[in-house]
Design a protein around this ligand. Structure first.
Ligand code: ZN
Length: 344
């Protein structure tokens, strides 16, 4: 089968790899119908050390179940399923608490041991806990939005929950990538009154406004902090969604939270420490967040997608086949594309 392998920074190849198959009795074999490239895939694309063996890529996908192991109960051959970006058993103490990214028997797609989502098929460990059956056909018009449930929409929702977004609140979203844009959707969905997007790409800002952003701040650094303060009566935002992960974006996020506010972090931190330790301490700012347990959110968000109340699939602005994946990485890295969908 064909699959995406990264060999180092800027070196993404599509290669023929061993066919995925059922190995454990709790596995499912899924033939992928849609997948995508994630902003987080761009971190290794910028920085990965050269590797002889390479690393399989992709953690967002929808596909058709081709086969299941003898212990699988909740999915069967022919089901269309969506997978979250981490797999999990659904039964351990953390899964039962809704924190499937910390599953005691779970893990992450791709790498050197497992199949990734950017390939023709994937072995799904812990299929019962991981997969969610979709009640639509594989070519349904909702497919782009359904695909975002595997990561970016659930991650934006997680940022909003971690930042205590609620009715009547002022919200600032740091980052205008796919997760930030989904954070805007999530903030509106949870009843925020004011939603400020911090970003500077015209196409992304336009989409953010469509999704419910009420204000745009295109300045950076201290000027961005000033602008957000002006827009919030001099106080700062109740809830801040940090959707980037750089030191500068984290500093901005912590600096625009009002006293007693909260920052929900879903951008993978690129530094060992968190900036603004003293101001966030003296302002009693809650700092929360982490990898989103999107598996916990799929059932909650699915009806909103199926009934058309949210359209997170609009973050996809390019479609490719599997052979075009390396160019998709380039396009996203060069900010030519917000997010690339892979159609099989
Ligand atoms: Zn678990």
């Amino acid at each position: 089968m064909r699959a995406t392998v990264m060999y180092g920074a800027g070196d993404v190849r599509v290669e023929t790899v061993p066919d995925a198959r059922v190995i454990e009795p709790t596995d499912a074999l899924v033939n992928i119908t849609r997948a995508c490239i994630c902003g987080s895939d761009l971190w290794p694309y910028k920085s990965m050390e050269p590797s002889e063996t390479g690393r399989r890529m992709g953690h967002e996908f929808i596909g058709l179940v081709e086969a299941v192991g003898p212990e699988v109960r909740t999915v069967r051959k022919g089901d269309l399923v969506v997978a979250p970006f981490a797999w999990s058993d659904g039964t351990c103490v953390f899964c039962r608490e809704g924190l499937q990214t910390s599953c005691l028997h779970g893990g992450w797609w791709g790498g050197t041991e497992l199949d990734g989502g950017q390939g023709e098929a994937v072995r799904v460990p812990q299929a019962d806990g991981t997969l969610v059956v979709l009640p639509v056909g594989k070519d349904d018009a909702l497919m782009p939005s359904l695909l975002t449930l595997s990561d970016v929409m659930g991650t934006g929702h997680h940022a909003a929950l971690a930042a205590n977004v609620g009715p009547g609140k002022s919200v600032a979203v740091v980052g205008d990538g796919a997760v930030g844009l989904c954070g805007v959707i999530a903030a509106r969905r949870l009843g925020a009154e004011q939603i400020i997007i911090l970003g500077r790409h015209a196409d992304r800002i336009a989409l953010a406004r469509d999704f419910g952003a009420t204000d745009v701040v295109s300045e950076r650094g201290d000027e961005a902090v000033e602008r957000v303060k002006e827009l919030t009566g001099g106080l700062g935002a109740h809830s801040v969604l940090e959707c980037v992960g750089y030191e500068q974006s984290t500093l901005t996020a912590l600096s625009i939270a009002r006293p007693g506010g909260a920052v929900g972090r879903v951008g993978v931190p690129q530094d060992a420490s968190i900036p603004a330790a003293q101001p966030s301490f003296f302002n009693n700012v809650t700092i929360a967040g982490g990898p989103a347990p999107v598996r916990a959110y799929i059932e909650e968000l699915l009806p909103d997608v199926l009934e058309g109340r949210i359209e997170p699939g609009r973050v996809f602005d390019r479609v490719t086949d599997i052979e075009g994946v390396p160019d998709g990485y380039r396009a996203m890295d060069e900010r030519e594309s917000i997010k690339v969908m892979i159609q099989f």
